[in-house]
Design a binder for this molecule. Structure first.
Ligand code: FES
Ligand SMILES: [Fe+2]
Length: 356
C-alpha cells in the first residue's frame, strides 16, 4: 500500500481501507507512529516517588518508570539490565531502585550502583548497565513521554499550551477516570472526532447547543471550536455572540483535550487490536457550577452516539465495494490533515525509524 494523500483537499482521497483492516499496518504503526509521538502518561501529582506503568498497556506495553528525584520528574526503562526483570512492580517510595531477582541496584537517575557476585567480570559496569533514560516533558500538570521522539515536544504541544495559558485554570481538580471499549480501529475513532460535520445527524441534543463551528490546523495538532447562542453555556472570556462553548484540541496521533467552561475532559485513544480500541476518559473540573451546561454537559450520551457510528463504519469498510472516500473541503479539513500525518509517519522507512 502506498501512503499518499493529496496535499489539496479538493483532489484528495482518504486512506485505503487496507490501512484499518490489515494486521501488518497495525503492527507497523507501533514503531512508526506511536513510539515516535508523545504520550500522556500521568498527572504531575500522581508521581510521588516511583511510579511504574506500561506505556499504552494493550499495544506498545513498554515497561517504564516515572521517578520523582531531586531534579524533578524523569522517565526510565523499568527493565533490569541484568536478566530483564521488571524492576518496580508497584508505586512506592524509595531512595534507590533494587531488583528483586538478583539484587542489582540503581540510583534514582538510573545509574548502576552495585551487583552481588560480579567480581572479575570484564568491562563491567559499562553504560549498558545503566537504565535507559526516556524523553519526558511536562505541560500544565501533565506528564508526557516519547520512546523515540520524531519531533520536539513544543512542535506537538505549543498551540495547546497557549490555550492552557489563556484559561489560567489554577485548581483543576481530578474527579474521575473511565475506560470505554469500541469495536473499531483507533484511527476511525479519531477521524470521527475530527469533524463536526456529523453533529446534526448523530448528536441531536448537542446540535441544539452548537450554533457554529470552526477549525484551525497546526503541524501536529488541530483545533475545532464550537460556538453557542447561550451565554450561560460559554467561557467567561467569550463576550460576544456566538459565544465559545468548547475547544476540541487533537494532538497527533491519539490525544484529545476537550476544554469546556466547566473544565477539561481528556480522551486517550489506545489501540488494542485492529478492530478494538480503548478510550481512557479523565475528567478535571475547574468550575463545578457549569458542569451540567452546554456542549460538555452529557459526554456519556455523545460518546455512545459516536461509538455506534464508528462501529458501523468498521463493519462497512470491510466491504468489497468500499476502499477510499473523498473529503468535504468545508467540513473535513482536520480529517484530511490527520490522514496526511498518518501517511507521513507510515512512509518513513524502518531504517530511518531505527536511526531517529
Ligand atoms: S534480573 Fe535484575 S538482578 Fe538479575
Ligand atoms: Fe461525535
Amino acid at each position: 500500500m502506498v501512503f499518499r494523500i493529496h496535499e489539496k483537499i479538493q483532489y484528495a482521497r482518504t486512506l485505503s481501507s487496507e490501512f484499518y483492516l490489515d494486521e501488518k499496518y497495525f503492527q507497523e504503526s507501533k514503531e512508526k507512529i506511536f513510539a515516535r509521538s508523545w504520550q500522556l502518561v500521568a498527572t504531575v501529582d500522581e508521581v510521588n516517588n516511583l511510579k511504574p506503568l506500561f506505556l499504552l498497556e494493550d499495544f506498545l506495553s513498554e515497561p517504564i518508570l516515572l521517578v520523582r528525584n531531586e531534579s524533578g520528574i524523569i522517565c526510565l526503562s523499568n527493565v533490569c539490565t541484568h536478566r530483564g526483570k521488571i524492576l518496580v512492580e508497584k508505586a512506592c517510595r524509595a531512595r534507590l531502585i533494587k531488583c528483586g531477582y538478583h539484587g542489582r541496584r540503581f540510583d534514582l537517575n538510573g545509574k548502576f550502583l552495585s551487583m552481588p557476585e560480579f567480581e572479575g567480570v570484564e568491562d563491567f559496569p559499562s553504560d549498558e548497565d545503566n537504565l535507559t533514560r526516556i524523553p519526558c516533558e511536562q505541560l500544565s500538570g501533565f506528564v508526557f513521554v516519547s520512546l523515540k521522539p520524531s519531533f520536539s515536544f513544543p512542535s506537538f504541544f505549543g498551540e495547546v499550551k497557549k490555550v492552557f495559558e489563556q484559561l489560567g485554570w489554577k485548581d483543576l481538580k481530578f474527579v474521575g477516570a473511565r475506560d470505554y471499549f469500541v469495536k473499531a480501529h483507533w484511527a476511525l475513532y479519531c477521524e470521527n472526532y475530527l469533524e463536526g460535520f456529523h453533529i446534526p445527524f448523530v448528536h441531536k441534543s448537542l446540535n441544539k447547543v452548537v450554533s457554529d463551528y470552526s477549525t484551525e490546523i497546526f503541524r501536529f495538532s488541530s483545533l475545532q471550536k464550537a460556538f453557542t447562542d447561550e451565554l450561560e453555556a460559554s467561557f467567561e472570556f467569550s463576550h460576544n455572540p456566538p459565544y465559545l462553548a468548547a475547544l476540541y484540541f487533537f494532538i497527533f496521533p491519539n490525544l484529545m483535550l476537550n476544554f469546556y467552561p466547566w473544565g477539561l475532559s481528556v480522551n486517550i485513544v489506545k489501540p488494542v487490536k485492529p478492530d478494538e480500541t480503548r478510550i481512557s476518559y479523565l475528567t478535571f473540573v475547574a468550575d463545578e457550577s457549569k458542569l451540567a451546561k452546554g456542549a460538555g454537559a452529557n459526554l456519556h450520551r455523545v460518546e455512545m452516539e459516536d461509538e455506534a457510528v464508528v462501529e458501523s463504519v468498521q463493519k462497512g469498510i470491510r466491504s468489497r465495494f468500499y476502499d477510499r472516500g473523498r473529503y468535504s473541503p468545508s467540513q473535513e479539513r482536520c480529517v484530511h490533515h490527520f490522514h496526511r500525518l498518518i501517511a507521513e509517519f507510515m512512509s518513513v522507512e524502518e531504517t530511518a525509524v531505527e536511526n531517529s
